[in-house]
Design a protein around this ligand. Structure first.
Ligand code: ADP
Ligand code: MG
Length: 706
């Protein structure tokens, strides 16, 4: 028998092998250069050109050793994807040979033609110049023969055109306010507070050949048509199920590729819906975690292709089964190793914990609408509020233990000690262990999970930068308000001043706390009574992005200028309308060019069948054929009416000038037209033989990845 060809990988050997990270830099850079670079990163200063030249030369040699011939400034424009333009290292010599060169200037600064990236009106196409600037705090790496240099991207006028710049700014602001607070609380040894992020990534895998037969998946990432498969997720047998061999091989390959790039892929499992999976990394510094999540999404697609799968990252690729999210696990950690959201054994005595917890609760309440905006996309609209995802209303789950803490803070009463927290299975052979101090609440959009908050609203395709820019800035703002009140308080009076301050803040913001089931209609009613915003769609949410309150937040902390924020508002709305426009055109194409011809062919078969039967044996009944034919004929009529309505409305949509009204129209009218059309097509599809259908069915797609 042939031996398995599987090559064993030594993880410690490959881990980070394609990354120009700290280990390589320490090994290869002159001591002085290494020190200067580190200082620049830690203190957030820009780099001296001499240092940059030395780093560039050594980085280039290392990259060439790892197969690179090119370098690219890798950036994250407002498309939500990454962008790259590759330049080779070659420098031709007069004698016909070539040197491989890479200067400090090339490392530090790039000048891509920026005219074709979304700018929201910040720059016209004739002002093509944009700049990319090296972000030395996220390590460079080699991928497919190119040295990738993480960079920030801005316009000639200095306006940020990307997602990294505001993220870095929000980290700096949070760091500044958090350190100030910790110094006031008597922890002068803390020099830095970093934000940590672990982002769980959900995705679907379908067979590549079938994927290519569906224009909707190819052009829009989701199915626009499709009758339900006989079996969906109702048996609840996929979640955590055994990994099928083809899936396991894909996941193994994916982990290996990610580990080489220094992405700490940790957990993999089957998700709830058929053909749905999840990957969770170990948390990291948020800037690196955001870059790594972009790599995760990209490598997932690449490795899937190699295994003859297509990886779907859309938030709702299939109707009637779960969509995909990206859980954003977020915390703050000091350079002295304290997780500021870790309650410890005696949370009531842990003043820093109480302060950072309260600041987060207050931030999420006050800026719930901005957070909601950050995750509002055409794709995610299909998910939020559907019964597998959190509702569009933001609330916080804290769990019973923390609820006791908050109550005793508000009432000034001692903490009721938790009851028996030892977990017993009942069979003695099993170990006894301490229970976590919170249960899991899967229905809450923002849940405390022991020593971090998990924001569950982000959609699977989103850049993690978006929600975290808001979260970091909002928490920094609450801390800065508290700092202002504590600034002149004598150290011995701090504690007595902080506790009433926390009490007041909690009383003001406790409406955001909800520990019940977030999927019920009762909760939506209750949320309305509490005055919590319910913003179910992009056009509902987006106006609050530029509200006076949110504009004040972002401009005060210099995350966005008013111009930049307005640009982002315009881009988001435009992106929404364009997405639905493309979806409607794809649906139109599929129905007119593929589906109705198939429907007519099938009707023709039935007609021929009936006629032939009559010709041969006039007395034989053909009730079934006639019924199906009548049914198909009436559905065909309805399809005709509905597609014409959609086409009319699409023309109307194109003539609406105002971005918000246009998005509203796409949401209220065009999406509704698409749903109505789909309804009829799906009814017909369910009766047409698979062999006659112009595209593979849900049943085929969802069972193809095995
Ligand atoms: P779940 O049960 O929600 O599926 P897991 O516990 O498997 O999640 O994963 C939670 C995620 O939270 C992981 O990516 C983990 O690295 C991350 N995480 C753990 N601690 C922190 C922290 N202090 N800050 C940020 N993320 C964290
Ligand atoms: Mg989770």
């Amino acid at each position: 028998m042939e031996m398995s060809k599987e090559v064993k990988v030594s993880v410690p050997e490959i881990y980070g092998s394609l990354v120009f990270g700290d280990r390589v830099m320490k090994e290869r850079l002159p001591k002085e250069t290494y020190k200067a670079l580190h200082q620049a990163i830690e203190e957030g200063r820009s780099l001296d050109l001499n240092v940059a030249n030395t780093v560039a030369a050594i980085m280039k040699n290392w990259a060439i050793e790892h197969g690179a011939t090119h370098f690219t400034h890798w950036f994250q424009p407002m498309t939500g994807f990454t962008a790259e333009k590759h330049d080779s290292f070659i420098s031709p010599m007069p004698n016909g040979t070539a040197l491989m060169e890479f200067s400090g200037k090339e490392l530090v600064k790039g000048e891509p033609d920026a005219s074709s990236f979304p700018s929201g009106g910040i720059r016209a196409t004739f002002e093509a110049r944009g700049y990319t600037a090296w972000d030395p705090s996220s390590p460079a790496f080699v991928k497919d023969g190119t040295l990738y240099i993480p960079t920030a991207f801005c316009a000639y006028g200095g306006q940020a055109l990307d997602k990294k710049t505001p993220l870095l700014k929000s980290m700096e602001v949070l760091n500044r306010e958090a350190v100030r607070m910790l110094h006031l609380l008597g922890l002068p040894e803390v020099k830095r507070v970093d934000v940590s992020l672990g982002s769980e990534q959900e995705y679907f895998l379908v067979d590549k050949t079938l994927y290519k037969q569906r224009k909707d998946l190819l052009f829009t990432g989701r199915t626009l048509l499709g009758a339900a498969a006989p079996k969906g997720q109702e048996m609840e047998d996929h979640y955590f199920g055994v990994l099928k061999p083809r899936i396991a091989a894909f996941m193994h390959d994916l982990d290996t590729e990610l580990w080489k790039l220094g992405v700490p892929a940790k957990t993999k499992h089957n998700e709830v819906a058929p053909a749905q999976y999840e990957l969770a990394p170990i948390f990291e510094n948020i800037n690196i975690a955001v870059d790594h999540n972009q790599l995760v999404m990209e490598i997932m697609k690449k490795v899937a292709d190699r295994h003859d799968f297509a990886c779907l990252l859309h938030e709702k690729p299939f109707e009637r089964i779960n969509g995909s999210g990206k859980h954003n696990n977020w915390s703050m950690c000091t350079d002295t190793g304290i997780n500021l959201l870790d309650p410890g054994d005696t949370p009531m005595e842990n003043l820093a914990f109480l302060v950072f917890l309260t600041a987060t609760i207050a931030a999420v309440d006050k800026y719930a609408d901005a957070l909601r905006c950050a995750v509002a996309t055409a794709g995610n609209d299909h998910r939020l509020g559907a019964n597998e995802a959190p509702p569009a209303v933001i609330s916080i789950f804290v769990g019973t233990e923390l609820e006791h803490v908050l109550t005793s803070l508000i009432n000034g009463t001692p903490l009721e000690s938790a009851e028996n927290s030892v977990m017993k299975f009942g069979a003695h052979v099993l170990p006894a262990f301490h229970k976590d101090n919170t249960d899991r609440n899967r229905t809450s959009p923002f849940a405390f999970t022991g020593n971090k908050f998990e924001f569950r609203m982000p959609g699977s395709a989103l850049s993690c930068a978006d929600p975290n820019i808001v979260l970091n800035t909002a928490v920094a703002e609450m801390l800065s308000e508290m700092n202002a009140k504590l600034m002149d308080v004598e150290p011995e009076d701090i504690e007595d001043t902080v506790r009433p301050l926390l009490k007041n803040m909690l009383m003001e913001h406790q409406r955001i706390i909800f520990n019940g089931n977030g999927y019920t209609d009762e909760w939506l009613e209750e949320a309305k009574k509490r005055g919590l915003p319910n913003l179910p769609s992009v056009p509902d949410a987006m106006p609050s992005l530029i509200s006076e309150k949110n504009l004040a937040l972002f401009t005060k902390h210099r995350i966005f200028t008013a111009e930049e924020l307005n640009a982002r508002y315009a881009i988001r709305l435009e992106n929404y309308s364009k997405t639905i426009h493309i979806e409607a055109l794809t649906l139109q194409d599929m129905v007119r060019k593929d589906f109705t011809p198939a429907l007519f062919r099938y009707m023709c078969t039935l007609e021929t069948e009936i006629l032939q039967k009559r010709a041969v044996l006039p007395d034989l009944p053909s009730t079934l054929e006639e019924h199906i034919l009548q049914h198909m004929s009436s559905v065909a009529e309805a399809i005709g009416i509905r597609i014409e309505k959609m086409e009319d409305d699409l023309r109307k949509a194109e003539s609406i000038g105002d971005a918000l009204s246009c998005a509203r129209f796409y949401h209220d009218v065009v999406l509704a037209d698409m749903d109505a059309l789909r309804e009829e097509v799906d009814i017909a599809e369910a009766d047409i033989p698979d062999s006659e259908l112009p595209y593979p069915t849900y049943a085929k797609l969802l069972s193809s990845a095995i």
